[in-house]
Structures are given as structure tokens and as C-alpha cells.
Design a protein around this ligand. Structure first.
Ligand code: UDP
Ligand code: MG
Length: 322
């Protein structure tokens, strides 16, 4: 007999009223099939996390929760961004589940990969990463920026799984360890490889968002990449240090050069040279200060250790009380 496990599928939602009903229809089919096949237990659920949406998202989640046995939801007290919403969902779901799968509300990640993820978990993996095999359905712009993002992260020394976003299965064991990471600047896909344990990958085709718009415009994507680098790598500081050494050597050579020129009596030094040096050095200093400032900003946020999310409603608890 197969061992029954309880699965929670955690889905952060920010202004997703257009997609929720269709997502629910498809996931209902999936979860009912998995339960029927005894791949997962009857206690398994889909848990929507309302990330302070400004549209009817929470109303829809409450309605779905009343109507559908396998659907539940929590609501954050305000919008905290995808990563915090996801963490809130994972930390809540692990109280009820043996394994948790996280995915987006727009079903861009193929839900048929779930079967394989569960299979790999049963083979002894604690983490199963969903990896996009192709991005032909993404726009050229999204594809190049996204793949550039993974390459740049690697260059910067951040250990992440290539073309893996936040579609993954994690066991309760791993999530218990994730809880011990108290950081405020969240970059979840960089944290799971740090936790360790046996892991595997499942390949899937990335689809188009079937309704609504991306909640990750370029500005958010860039700030996310920047957060990822500065939260996980001190390479930028090493870079500043090396830059400092190089400039020191160049200035020493310059000093020697100007001394020789002076000794030779040829003192007509170019005004351009002086002005250029001032600007160059000032520029480099500002740049370096900026990078260092970024880390100080991070330290500032971490030392405050503010709560990363506040859950205002938990339908799963409310339901079990009634
Ligand atoms: N999301 C969220 N809070 C935010 C922004 C996005 O919970 O502040 C959710 C969103 O509802 C979706 C997921 O994060 O379920 C990924 O967003 P999206 O699909 O817009 O990103 P993309 O696929 O374009 O990278
Ligand atoms: Mg999407």
C-alpha cells in the first residue's frame, strides 16, 4: 500500500480576480484525481494567500472556500510582495501538511508536473525544484531578462537552480528549517539550496498567463534581482575592494609619472587631466559608497527584525472551529 501524505498547494495572489476561478477549476480536477489515486490524503488542500489585493480577490477566495472542500485561504493584513506572501503561506501550510507545493496563481507553471514532484518526494527527495524546460511562450523581452537574471546571479556568486522560480515541492522537514532563517530580505529560491537535503528537479513547459497582467514589471524584477544579489553575496564588496587596489596602483604610477615630468622641468600639466581625475575618482567613490550603503541598508532592516508578514484571516482555522 502506498503511504498517504497530506499535500498543501500554496498560491500567493495579488489582484488575481481574473484568474482565480479558472485556476480553482483546474486545480480541483487535479487534487481530486490525486486523492482518488491515493497519491495524497483527503486532508490535502489548496491554500490561497491574499497578498493585500485591491480588487475582489479575497471575496472570491472566501466564496471558493465555502463552496469547495479542498480549498482554503489566508489573508495578509496588507500587500507585502510575492516572497513574503509565499513565506506566510508556507509557514501556515506546514502546520497541516507533510509536503507543500508553491506555485503562481496564473497557472504559468504546468500543474501536471505536480504528479512527478510527488513521485520524486516519495523516492526520498525533500525538495523538488520545478525547472522551466523552455520559455517559448514568454515574450522575447521576458525571456531574455529572466535568463540574463539567472546568469548574472550565478556570476555574482548566488547559488540558485537555473530557470527555477518558485514552483517547488518542499517537505515539512525543510520548511521547519526554513523557519530558522530569520531574514527580512527574502529571496526564497536562493534559500532552499542553502538548507540542503536530497533534492531533484522536474522539467516542465512554461505557459502563457491566461488572464490578467504580470505583477512583475521590469522595475520590480530589477529590484528583486538586486535584493537577491545583495542578500546572498558579498561579491560587490570584493569588487569595490579590488577596484580600490587597481586605482591605488594607477595613482601611484601617475604620481611617479608627474614627478618625472616635474624633474625634467616640463611642468605644463594639462588642466583636462586634473579635472578628469577628480571626476573619475569622485565617481568611483560615490559608486562604492552606494554599494556599501546598500548593505548597511540591509543590516538596518535585519536588525529591526520586524515581522515579515501579518496574517489577518486564516480560513483553514475558522473552518475547523465551526
Ligand atoms: N504576487 C503577490 N504579491 C505581489 C506581486 C505578485 O502575491 O505583490 C503573486 C501573483 O499574484 C502571482 C505570483 O506572485 O501569483 C507571480 O506573479 P506574476 O505571475 O505576475 O509574475 P510573472 O509570472 O510575470 O513573473
Ligand atoms: Mg506569472
Amino acid at each position: 500500500m502506498k503511504k498517504e501524505v497530506t499535500l498543501y498547494i500554496v498560491i500567493p495572489c495579488y489582484n488575481e480576480e481574473e484568474v482565480l476561478n479558472e485556476t480553482t477549476r483546474q486545480l480541483k480536477e487535479k487534487i481530486e484525481k490525486l486523492i482518488k489515486n491515493k497519491d495524497i490524503s483527503d486532508k490535502s488542500r489548496v491554500m490561497y494567500v491574499n497578498d493585500g489585493s485591491k480588487d475582489r480577490t479575497w471575496e472570491i477566495i472566501e466564496k471558493i472556500n465555502q463552496k469547495e472542500k479542498y480549498f482554503t485561504g489566508i489573508s495578509l493584513s496588507r500587500n507585502r510582495g510575492h516572497q513574503n506572501a509565499l513565506l506566510a503561506g508556507l509557514m501556515t501550510a506546514k502546520n497541516y501538511a507533510d509536503i507543500v507545493i508553491s506555485m503562481d496563481a496564473d497557472l504559468q507553471d504546468d500543474i501536471n508536473a505536480i504528479d512527478e514532484m510527488i513521485k520524486k518526494y516519495k523516492e526520498g527527495n525533500e525538495i523538488v525544484y520545478g525547472v522551466r524546460s523552455s520559455r517559448t511562450k514568454d515574450t522575447f523581452f521576458k525571456r531574455t531578462t529572466a535568463e540574463g537574471f539567472y546568469k548574472f546571479m550565478k556570476l555574482m556568486g548566488v547559488e540558485i537552480v537555473f530557470n527555477h522560480a518558485d514552483y517547488r515541492l518542499t517537505s515539512k522537514l525543510v520548511l521547519d528549517h526554513l523557519e530558522e532563517y530569520g531574514e527580512v530580505n527574502l529571496f526564497l529560491r536562493g534559500m532552499f539550496p542553502l538548507i540542503g537535503y536530497k533534492s531533484d528537479k522536474v522539467l516542465y513547459e512554461r505557459k502563457e498567463r491566461f488572464a490578467g497582467e504580470s505583477k512583475y514589471p521590469l522595475k520590480k524584477m530589477l529590484s528583486f534581482a538586486w535584493d537577491g544579489i545583495t542578500s546572498f553575496s558579498i561579491k560587490p564588496i570584493t569588487f569595490v575592494f579590488n577596484l580600490g587596489i587597481a586605482i591605488f596602483i594607477i595613482s601611484a604610477l601617475m604620481l611617479l609619472y608627474s614627478l618625472i615630468v616635474k624633474l625634467l622641468g616640463n611642468t605644463v600639466e594639462g588642466w583636462t587631466f586634473i579635472v578628469c581625475s577628480i571626476w573619475l575618482v569622485a565617481g568611483i567613490e560615490m559608486f562604492s559608497l552606494g554599494i556599501i550603503g546598500e548593505y548597511i541598508g540591509k543590516i538596518y532592516n535585519e536588525t529591526k527584525a520586524r515581522p515579515r508578514y501579518i496574517i489577518s484571516r486564516n480560513l483553514n482555522e475558522e473552518k475547523s472551529k465551526n
